[in-house]
Design a protein around this ligand. Structure first.
Ligand code: KG4
Ligand code: ZN
Length: 341
C-alpha cells in the first residue's frame, strides 16, 4: 500500500511517501527563518508558510519517490495536536486530494506517529515496549501495547524538554534550534560543573517538571559565572538526568506490576540528543533490554511517520470521514477540544 503523508502541525511543512513500511520520500521544509526574529512560532505566519510551501513539498515528495498521485492508495494527515490554524492547512489539503481522487483518508495523531517512527526504523520492535517521547511540545513516558494502544505513565506538568532547551538557548543568544545549539556547545564542557536542580513532582514520580530548571538556568546565565561549555554540558545533563530517572522508575514500576517490556524506544526531536542516547543505551543494556533510537530524519517532525502511522490506523479501523476536525489539544488521553475546518 502506497501512503501519502502530510504534516503541518507546527513550523515544519512535510510530505512523504511510504510503501509497505518503506520510506520512499520524506520531504521537510523548515520555517525556522520565518519565526526566528519573533522568538517563537507565530501561528498565522506558520499557516501562511504551509500554504505557500505545501504544493512544492508535495511535488518534491512525489518526484523523489518516482510516483504519481494516481498511484497513491491512501492519504494521511496530522489532525492534532498542534497549532489549530497550521493543522487546518495540511488537513484541508489531504481532504481535498481525497475528495478529488476518491482515495481513502486517515486522520493521524502526531504523538502516536512520533512513537510509530521508532517502529518504522525497527520493524521487529514488538509491543509491549517503553516509549520516551521527547519533543519541543511534549514529554511523555508511555508503554506501547498490543495494537499500538498507548498507556501514558507520566508526562510533563509544565514545559516540554525540547521547549526548555529552546528557551534557554534563545536566552543565551544561540542561533538555530535550541537543542542542537546546546548539544554542540556542551562538547568539552563538564556535566558536573554546576548542580542544576532536578525537580520531583510530589506524588507523581513518573511525571516531569522543567520550569524550575529553566528559571534557574536563566538566572545562572545572567550571573555569567560559568563558561559556555560548562553551562551547556551541565544544563544538558540536568535534562538528560530527569528523563533517565523516569525511564528507570518506569521500568521498576512495570516490573513490579508484572508487565515486562523488551525494549526502550526514544522518539521526538530531543531523542536526537547524543548524550541522552548514550545514557539511555547504557540504562537499557544494564537491564538487559534493547534500546531503539529513532534515527534523526524520523525523530524530528516529519511526514513519513504520519504516512506510516496512517497506514497502520487504516488497516485497523478503516478510513476516516472527511469532516474529521482539527484537534489542537489532542493527547494520548481525551478530552479533546474540537474545531471543524
Ligand atoms: O519533534 P520535534 O521536531 O517537534 C515537536 O513535535 O515539537 O522536536 C523539536 C525539538 C526542539 O525543541 C529541538 O530543540 C529539539 O527537538 N532537538 C534537540 C536536538 N535536536 C532537536 N534537543 C536536544 N538535542 C538535540 N540534538
Ligand atoms: Zn512533533
Amino acid at each position: 500500500m502506497l501512503t501519502l503523508g502530510i504534516e503541518t502541525s507546527c513550523d515544519d511543512t512535510g510530505a512523504a511517501l511510504v510503501e509497505d513500511g518503506e520510506v520512499l520520500a520524506n520531504v521537510v521544509s523548515s520555517q525556522v527563518d520565518v519565526h526566528a526574529r519573533f522568538g517563537g512560532v507565530v501561528p498565522e505566519l506558520a499557516a501562511r508558510a504551509h500554504l505557500r510551501n505545501l504544493p512544492m513539498v508535495l511535488d518534491e515528495a512525489l518526484e523523489t519517490a518516482g510516483k504519481t498521485l494516481d498511484q497513491v492508495d491512501l492519504i494521511a494527515a496530522t489532525s492534532g495536536p498542534g497549532l489549530q490554524i497550521a493543522l487546518l492547512v495540511g488537513l484541508a489539503e489531504a481532504k481535498g486530494l481525497a475528495a478529488a481522487t476518491g482515495k481513502p483518508f486517515v486522520a493521524v495523531n502526531h504523538l502516536r506517529a512520533h512513537l510509530f517512527a521508532a517502529r518504522m526504523a525497527f520493524p521487529d520492535l514488538e509491543p509491549p515496549f517503553l516509549g520516551l517521547l521527547v519533543s519541543g511540545g511534549h514529554t511523555s513516558l508511555v508503554v506501547v501495547e498490543e495494537g499500538f494502544a498507548i498507556d501514558e505513565l507520566g508526562r510533563t506538568r509544565d514545559d516540554a524538554a525540547g521547549e526548555c532547551f529552546d528557551k534557554i538557548a534563545r536566552k543565551a543568544g544561540f542561533a538555530g534550534a535550541g537543542g542542537p545549539a546546546i548539544q554542540k556547545r556542551a562538547t568539552g564542557g563538564s556535566p558536573k560543573a554546576y548542580p542544576f536542580p532536578r525537580a520531583h513532582v510530589k506524588g507523581a514520580p513518573l511525571d516531569f517538571s522543567f520550569s524550575g530548571l529553566k528559571t534557574h538556568a536563566a538566572q545562572v546565565l545572567e550571573d555569567g559565572t560559568l563558561s559556555e561549555a560548562d553551562f551547556c554540558a551541565s544544563f544538558q545533563e540536568a535534562i538528560v538526568d530527569a528523563l533517565l530517572k523516569r525511564v528507570d522508575r518506569g521500568l521498576d514500576r512495570l516490573a513490579a506490576e508484572g508487565r515486562p517490556v523488551t525494549a526502550v524506544a526514544a522518539a521526538g526531536g530531543v531523542a536526537a540528543n547524543a548524550r541522552l542516547a548514550e545514557k539511555l543505551a547504557g540504562l537499557a543494556e544494564a537491564r538487559g533490554l534493547r534500546f531503539c533510537r529513532t534515527p534523526l530524519r524520523l525523530c524530528t517532525d516529519n511526514a513519513a511517520m504520519i504516512a506510516g502511522m496512517g497506514a497502520y490506523e487504516f488497516t485497523r479501523r478503516g478510513a476516516d470521514p472527511l469532516d474529521v476536525p482539527a484537534r489542537p489539544g489532542l493527547g494520548f488521553r481525551p478530552p479533546v477540544p474540537e474545531v471543524a475546518p
